[in-house]
Design a binder for this molecule. Structure first.
Ligand code: ZN
Length: 192
């Protein structure tokens, strides 16, 4: 229960200093949205200078333009007014470390957390998992720059994504904290 207590204690402190944030409007004040990875080393509020109420941040494994990420982006613009979108992947992403077949085989063998030795994933236990993983598209990443371009292009070409929203593509460097623009992605995401 330690982590639960830690979170509740932190929240009590946050509530104590909440101030005027309760009066923030629902639409993001700075009118932009970021699609990025769930990686614990990435803090979009810090790397992009966000405060509560500023922007939408959509996160998933890899920061990929999945159907659900696009659902959120469409809502973000259509109902809440964002007018600029960013796709931000990052160096050393866990999504580069496996393939659809690898995770499906691991899950079929055991549902517990697998171990990675720098080259291969293995299960410490073999208690029986489920074959459902073979029927999921995991959106793994083989090449970071290519994945950013793919995702920007997919969003740009989606029939529900307005053509007048610029989409910028970046790779965040986990070693330096720097956002490096992927020129080919930003080019693919330009207003058309
Ligand atoms: Zn990642």
């Amino acid at each position: 229960m330690a982590i639960l207590d830690e979170i509740l204690e932190a929240n009590r402190g946050y509530v104590g200093g909440f101030g005027e944030r309760g009066k923030l409007p629902l639409p993001p004040g700075r009118k932009f949205a970021i699609l990025t990875c769930m990686d614990a080393r990435l803090d979009p509020a810090k790397y992009a200078g966000l405060s509560e109420g500023d922007a939408h941040v959509i996160r998933n494994a890899g920061g990929r333009a999945s159907d659900d990420a696009i659902r959120s982006l469409v809502i973000s613009h259509k109902l809440l007014g964002t007018a600029t979108w960013f796709v931000i992947h990052h160096t050393n992403c866990g999504m580069e470390l496996f393939s659809d077949g690898v995770i499906a085989d691991l899950l079929e063998d055991d549902l517990g957390t697998a171990e990675f030795d720098g080259e291969r994933w293995t299960n410490p236990h073999h208690r029986g998992g489920h074959c459902a993983g073979h029927f999921i598209k995991w959106h793994t990443i083989a090449n970071q720059e290519a994945s950013v371009v793919q995702d920007v292009r997919r969003i740009r070409e989606h029939p529900l994504a307005p053509r007048n929203i610029p989409i910028y593509g970046f790779i965040y460097d986990v070693k330096t904290g720097r956002l490096n623009e992927v020129a080919a992605a930003t080019s693919a995401g330009r207003v058309v």
